[in-house]
Design a protein around this ligand. Structure first.
Ligand code: ADP
Ligand code: MG
Length: 258
């Protein structure tokens, strides 16, 4: 069985009858990179939110199994401890909290509630060492560690922060929603460089994007095309080329008639 199985997933906006996801099926395993691509408003961000347990959406049908466990029964923080990572870019501006401290809190939150139920916080020297190693690997300037979270990060710096969190939390499934606005080539390069550096047999990556450009930097094993809450096509990396010439709308129509 693949590590992640999404079956017939339907979701509404919470407390409404508006259905956004209309039956998503997707399977992937660790060691693989999958891309979900689709036009604006097709439900890409909704899918990433639903996978992470965002309270703004309600699953009405279907299931999501990760490593044999039903994610839909779990709260967002439990999903995170179960190995999921959702890029949350710039979570909140906290005056006086540094990048290093924020990430340490996140790492400790993960370690909490382990098998023995104890808090088990990481020792600070050990954490510093791991953080410095991660920054080196990702070619992030060391000065970032001591910068404050509300210190006016640029788009590229937010992306570095996101990738650094990912490196430190070591997710088994990373879901990166590359929101469709404000992602320039620089940010794209940072994200894809980070993914390529962190990928391995113990991590799967689901890149959710409007942009075909990211595929110039990351080689996905599978591409899924999402249109109007449904995956209308899945294929290998070659699907990106077809998308370049066909476009999303045409691909959806073609699917409907074939
Ligand atoms: P994408 O990320 O593919 O651009 P979204 O998942 O953000 O698409 O949105 C899909 C559709 O659902 C859009 O029509 C959007 O307006 C609508 N939608 C998503 N979330 C909400 C919400 N909380 N309230 C109202 N409409 C929403
Ligand atoms: Mg989106």
């Amino acid at each position: 069985m693949p590590d992640l199985v999404i079956r017939n997933l339907h979701a509404n906006i919470a407390d409404s009858d508006t259905e956004i996801l209309k039956g998503i099926d997707l399977e992937m395993s660790k060691g693989e990179i999958h891309a979900i691509m689709g036009p604006n408003g097709s439900g890409k961000s909704t899918l990433s939110h639903v996978l992470m347990g965002h309270p703004g959406y309600e699953v009405t049908e279907g299931e999501v199994i990760f490593e044999g466990v039903n994610l839909l029964d779990m709260a967002a923080d439990e999903r995170s401890r179960a190995g999921l990572f959702l890029s949350f870019q710039y979570p909140f501006a906290v005056p006086g909290v540094t990048v290093a401290n924020f990430i340490r809190m996140a790492v400790n939150a993960h370690r909490k509630g382990g098998p023995d139920g104890a808090d088990n916080p990481v020792r600070i020297p050990e954490f510093r060492k791991q953080l410095m190693e991660a920054m080196e690997m990702l070619e992030i300037d060391k000065s970032m560690a001591s910068r404050s979270l509300n210190d006016g990060f640029s788009g590229g710096e937010k992306k570095r922060f996101e990738i650094l969190q990912m490196a430190m939390l070591k997710p088994r499934l990373a879901i990166l929603d590359e929101t469709d606005s404000g992602l320039d080539i620089d940010a794209l390069r940072i994200v894809s460089g980070g993914i390529n550096a962190l990928m391995g047999p113990d991590m799967g990556t689901l890149i959710i994007t409007h942009y075909q450009r990211i595929l110039d930097y990351v080689q996905p094993d599978r591409i899924h095309v999402l249109v109007d809450g449904r995956i209308v096509r899945s294929g290998g990396a070659e699907l990106a080329k077809e998308l370049e010439t066909t476009g999303y709308a045409e691909m959806a129509n073609k699917e409907a008639v074939s």
